[in-house]
Design a protein around this ligand. Structure first.
Ligand SMILES: Cc1ncc(COP(=O)(O)O)c(C=O)c1O
Length: 363
């Protein structure tokens, strides 16, 4: 078996143990005589998979009965649209931080819905285009008086900037946590709604995992299509229509793995993995980190080399050594090493050794 060290930002590497478990269960899930892929989502074999996955996620996030967890197709991007469709009514204002590509896309969707309804999607801080990349500084936030919600992105996957200290928001706080959910210690109860495309830190592609305060879901618009209302998913335990059962099953296996590993242990390992890479970046002037040090992500480590030509060679030579997907996002270039929970320390050590050697030969 030859597993690459897969630095992809998503779909991303999954825990090997989980893949092996899935392989073992693939054609006959625990004596059911069929794969999870083939089971009715309303049958007795699937029900515990669904419920346990939700319960473990809630436990890991420290959420009580006032929250529910929803599995919604359409990925993180669909949440950009569903949020304003549900919660931004005529004459109302929602606050959005524009902190990078992804929160910028969320703002755009908010503005579209606002334009249709005579509402306002207000930009409360804008550092999306700043180089070095970063999150808003404390004094920069200009909140509205009566925002129905404030939307942020906790980790900008492309820029490699991560929010370390949450802004002091008066109203409901919503967050896109696609690329750092359960990868860093956060108090999830500070958020009224948070979501993540599953394909990064949680499982395979195919859905977003959404945590929402139940009372909030009940306040959403009823004038939009049924499937786009959070209440529909909440009232039907994410089974109003056929849910992505196989993705939910693997997500559930990943949650069990996180519990076995211990989330605090994973947070510590993530910081250690990131530090090893940032230490090489900072050791000489050859590599240049793209994010301001105080906002450096412990999930997506972004950096540049002295030239694009060297960056191209860096990616190619690393690939030949079994380290894949180190190319930065096509919109920004450079190098991005993504090191989510399931990314092994040995892969980071291999990259560190390669970076040192590449600099020695080309510096
Ligand atoms: C922070 C963040 N939000 C949203 C998305 C969009 O997710 P999806 O592709 O699931 O729509 C991504 C995808 O990479 C992301 O990194």
């Amino acid at each position: 078996m030859a597993r690459a060290f897969n630095f992809s930002a998503g779909p991303a590497t999954l825990p090997l143990e989980v893949l092996q478990q899935v392989q073992q269960d693939l054609v006959d899930y625990k004596g059911a005589g069929m794969s999870v892929m083939e089971m009715s989502h309303r049958g007795k074999d699937y029900a515990p998979i669904h419920e346990e996955a939700k319960a473990n996620f809630k436990e890991l996030c420290g959420l009580g009965d006032d929250y529910d967890v929803l599995f919604i197709q359409g990925g993180g991007s669909m949440q950009f649209a569903m949020i304003p469709m549900n919660f931004l009514g005529a004459g109302q204002t929602a606050d959005y931080a524009n902190m990078g590509t992804w929160s910028g896309k969320a703002l755009k969707e908010g503005q579209k819905v606002a334009a249709l309804r005579g509402a306002t999607a207000n930009c409360v801080a804008n550092c999306a285009k700043d180089i070095p990349t970063r999150m808003p500084f404390d004094g920069e936030w200009k909140f509205s008086d009566n925002a129905v919600y404030t939307h942020i992105c906790t980790n900008e996957t492309i820029s490699g900037a991560q929010i370390k200290k949450l802004p002091d928001v008066k109203g409901p706080l919503f967050a896109d946590m696609s690329s750092d959910i359960l990868g860093i210690d956060r108090d999830f109860t500070k958020f009224d709604l948070f979501y993540a495309g599953a394909q990064k830190n949680l499982g395979p592609a195919g859905m977003a995992v959404v945590a929402i305060r139940k009372e909030l879901a009940a306040k959403g618009s009823e004038a939009i299509p049924t499937l786009l209302q959070y209440r529909t998913h909440l009232d039907n335990d994410s089974m109003f229509n056929t849910p992505p059962t196989f993705s939910i099953y693997i997500f559930g296996e990943v949650m069990k793995w996180v519990k076995r590993m211990g989330k605090e242990n994973l947070f510590r390992l993530n910081d250690e993995k990131a530090k090893k890479l940032y230490d090489v970046i900072d050791s000489t002037g050859f590599y240049r980190g793209t994010a301001l040090p105080e906002f450096r992500s412990n999930m997506n480590v972004t950096f540049r080399l002295p030239s694009e030509d060297l960056e191209k060679r860096f990616v190619e030579e690393a690939k030949a050594l079994g380290m894949s997907s180190l190319k930065g996002h096509r919109s920004v270039g450079g190098i991005r090493a993504t090191i989510y929970n399931a990314f092994p320390m040995e892969g980071v050590d291999a990259l560190v050794a390669f970076m040192k050697e590449f600099e020695r030969k080309n510096g």
